[in-house]
Design a protein around this ligand. Structure first.
Ligand code: AMP
Length: 225
């Protein structure tokens, strides 16, 4: 299965992406995580990306598309993938159309997570990530770790992303409105987009997403590995 997850900052994309990919037994590919890995390793790509991420802006398309092209060419995506955070504008969406056409494949679903803007800042300002594994995500109020500042799953230290500070979040929201929201229309025209209300408990949102994919299809994908 090939799935895209789109949504504004704070919609819970990362949290849902990890769970959906595990349920469907497909690769979770987050462009944000790939950039953070590059930044951590101090690569040229990471240094270039850091300036843009720090400002709450998109990393230039040629860098992002090149990175995702290379990632999707790896054999571990043959059974499918869940893209979390890509595409983020219409140029990237058209590039992905081309990558998929070249491999004679198509998307099964595009999930558009929807959350009222007034909830975004609160959701993001309480978010904490594990230094050892960025897929381990907590929230100081909604899903706090048992010991403050320590990951329940691996004992890693928790930290706040620097682009999760309020001023940067507002810039990221503006970028979402102007550049990313139109991507949903691109996929609506292809008949594959579904909007999912992202409020409420994590499990409820996951259930809505699985319903949108088609539970039978989703369960079959998860058990065929
Ligand atoms: P995320 O972890 O998805 O919230 O992404 C964090 C930041 O990485 C974004 O605010 C952007 O600066 C950058 N980023 C992630 N994905 C993309 C993309 N597809 N295109 C451009 N920049 C991206």
């Amino acid at each position: 299965m090939r799935i895209l997850l789109i949504g504004p900052p704070g919609a819970g994309k990362g949290t849902q992406a990890v769970r959906l990919a595990a349920h469907l037994s497909i690769q979770h590919i987050s462009t944000g995580d790939l950039f953070r890995e590059h930044i951590g390793q101090g690569t040229d790509l990471g240094q270039n990306a850091h300036t843009h991420i720090h400002a709450g802006l998109l990393v230039p398309d040629e860098v992002t598309i090149g990175m995702i092209n290379e990632r999707l060419a790896r054999p571990d995506t043959e059974r499918g993938f869940l893209l979390d955070g890509f595409p983020r504008n219409c140029v990237q969406a058209r590039a992905l159309d081309g990558i998929l056409a070249d491999s004679d494949s198509k998307l099964d679903a595009v999930l558009d997570l929807e959350i009222p803007e007034d909830q975004v800042v609160g959701r993001i300002s309480g978010r904490r990530l594990c230094r050892q594994n960025h897929e381990h995500i907590f929230h100081v109020d909604h899903s706090p770790p048992e010991v403050a500042g320590v990951c329940d799953l691996c004992g890693g230290g928790l930290y706040q992303r620097e682009d999760d500070r309020e001023a940067t979040v507002r810039q990221r929201l503006e970028v979402y409105r102007t550049e990313t929201a139109p991507v949903v229309g691109h996929y609506r025209a292809q008949g594959v987009a579904t909007t999912i209300p992202a409020h409420g408990q994590v499990q409820d949102v996951l259930n809505r997403a699985l319903d949108a994919i088609g539970r039978g299809q989703a369960d079959a994908a998860g058990t065929s590995s």
